[in-house]
Design a binder for this molecule. Structure first.
Ligand SMILES: Nc1ncnc2c1ncn2[C@@H]1O[C@H](COP(=O)(O)OP(=O)(O)OP(=O)(O)O)[C@@H](O)[C@H]1O
Length: 320
């Protein structure tokens, strides 16, 4: 087995009667990006808070090691090895970006000279030099996220938790953040990413786990997860409403989109299934104006796994 940056077994957490994490196993090899996906309230932030020592797991959880250190017996070493950014941002809006950085350097006991050098290097790297002397409250969303991440990097963490790092950012800022995240991993860090953007997980993560009802519903690479789900479909589009209605009657399994006169028929994209659709249309004497075949994307995976559709759980796709 590779060295694991995060290894957690049987992670449990309840608030009163509410079970948030019901025995979650996580293993993240060093130098990789792992993404935890799940609907709102699934427990992603709770998992990040436990792994970053902000709250404790319930008794009955198994061993949890982060950065090679045991979370229960050696939380100080865990804290020294990690960085956390995201929903509980450390940025103080009343002081400047540079002052925020220097404060972080103090917290990490860097000398004055070393602190200034590190702050300057990171402000430069995150394109914040021009704004460095302005109060952080005046920064845009993207700049605040970059400052937050820059502050985290002052402590040169080996394991970085990014809790929804691009939520609310415009597409350009999101792409900038993706470039930064890739660089962190290229430099040898491990990234544990929670996100509600499936595209983000697809784009960045080496492995993805989908959290649902307190458990990991499925885990694997983006491609492996897509293969689990019969999310593929054939889309037929019509310009003639009468042809559309007649096709909809002929293909009762099709989901209708009355507004754009389109039908969506579940299909694995195979020749046999395509022929069946075309034969049905021929028999009814209708012709579609457009036919497209769609293979499943992570959206299909997400909806199938978090929509109450039962999958043989937990579905773990071996990656070796
Ligand atoms: N301190 C707390 N006391 C009681 N319930 C809590 C507490 N913290 C979280 N919860 C509940 O635990 C569940 C999981 O919350 P969590 O914030 O981990 O979800 P999440 O997956 O990060 O969601 P989101 O995508 O909305 O941020 C939610 O139902 C939440 O209301």
């Amino acid at each position: 087995m590779n060295n694991l940056a995060i290894a957690a077994y049987g992670l449990r957490k309840s608030y009163g009667d509410k079970v948030v994490l019901d025995g979650v196993d996580l293993s993240v090899p060093e130098g990789t990006i792992f993404s935890l996906l799940g609907p709102n309230g699934a427990g992603k932030t709770t998992a990040v808070k436990i792994l970053s020592t902000l709250i404790s797991a319930d008794p009955g959880s198994g061993d949890i090691r982060v950065g090679g250190h045991d979370l229960t017996t050696d939380p100080q070493s865990v804290r020294a090895a990690i960085g956390v950014t995201g929903q509980f941002s450390a940025v103080d809006g009343l002081i400047t970006g540079e002052e925020n950085m220097l404060l972080m350097a103090d917290l990490h006991h860097l000398s004055k000279v070393e602190g200034r050098r590190t702050a300057a290097r990171l402000l430069e790297r995150f394109d914040l030099v021009d704004a460095a002397r302005k109060p952080a409250s005046t920064y845009s969303g993207g700049m605040k996220r970059r400052l937050d991440l820059a502050m985290t990097l002052v402590g040169t963490p080996r394991v970085i938790f990014l809790d929804e790092p691009t939520t609310g950012l415009d597409p350009r800022s999101r792409h900038n953040m993706w470039v930064i995240i890739r660089e962190l991993v290229a430099d040898g860090a491990t990234v544990f990413l929670t996100t509600q953007y499936l595209e983000e997980a697809d784009e960045l993560a080496d492995r993805i786990a989908v959290l649902n009802n307190g458990r990991i519903a499925a885990e694997g690479t983006a491609d492996e997860l897509k293969r689990l789900i019969p999310g593929g479909h054939v889309r037929l589009r019509f310009t003639d409403p009468a042809a559309y209605r007649s096709a909809a009657t002929t293909l009762p399994d099709a989901a209708r989109d009355d507004e754009s006169l389109a039908l969506r028929i579940p299909s694995d994209g195979s020749q046999r299934e395509l022929r069946y659709v075309l034969d049905q249309l021929d028999a009814a004497g209708v012709e579609a104006d457009e036919l497209t075949v769609h293979t499943p994307d992570l959206d299909d995976v997400f909806f199938a796994l978090t929509d109450g559709v039962r999958v043989p759980a937990p579905t773990k796709v071996a990656a070796r």
